[in-house]
Write a protein that binds this ligand. Sequence first.
Ligand code: MN
Length: 233
Amino acid sequence: MKIAIISDIHSNLEAFNAVLRDIGEVECVLCVGDLVGYGPDPNKVIELLKILGIKSVMGNHDYATITNSAQIFNEIAAEAIYWSHRTITEENMKLLASLPEHMLVEFDNLSLYLVHGSPRDPLNEYVIPNTPDELLLQFLSQTNTNCLIMGHTHLPFYIDFKEKNTGIVLNPGSVGQPRDHDPRASYCIIDYDEDEKVTVTLKRVDYDIKKVSEKIRKAGLPEFLAERLFHGR
Ligand SMILES: [Mn+2]
């Protein structure tokens, strides 16, 4: 059984579509938040998520967009938050507001805990790839599951603590604004076989960055948000 994990789409429809095409046949697709912010297509991204029945938790940009409050963001991110708040339809805003802070998803003996930031700070804590194992194991045990999935940093990583018989901690990276100097859209596949063996594969997909950058300029969003996509930062 295959499960696809996506995160941080950030209103980038071209990247989202490219990832969905690459995913192909899976049991389900789950999202770790930040559907909107930065990019030019918040409504289309929310509507596609709804049509495909993709479950998601809430991200800090989703929360800031709903509440129209971006004081904690830098000027460029804040501008995109206010723009998104003005642009998103009432119906789509309702869906955004209904996203849970965290989510527990279970398949047979595989249980997944999804949260945008961290289990102790669901919206805002950055759990970066070189976080000490002790803290990751502490988070994992706090969730009472065998797979902790976080987003927010836009930096993909996974660690398998199977030698400690505890589980997996992973971040699928960002679909719509990767920041690890690889501009391709990032996501991951969890493969769970009959012997209950879990395999995680981090994936990258090319998409039409030029098209998105032109849409960003046309929408009147900050130029930096268009430029950064080409460099994956
Ligand atoms: Mn994000």
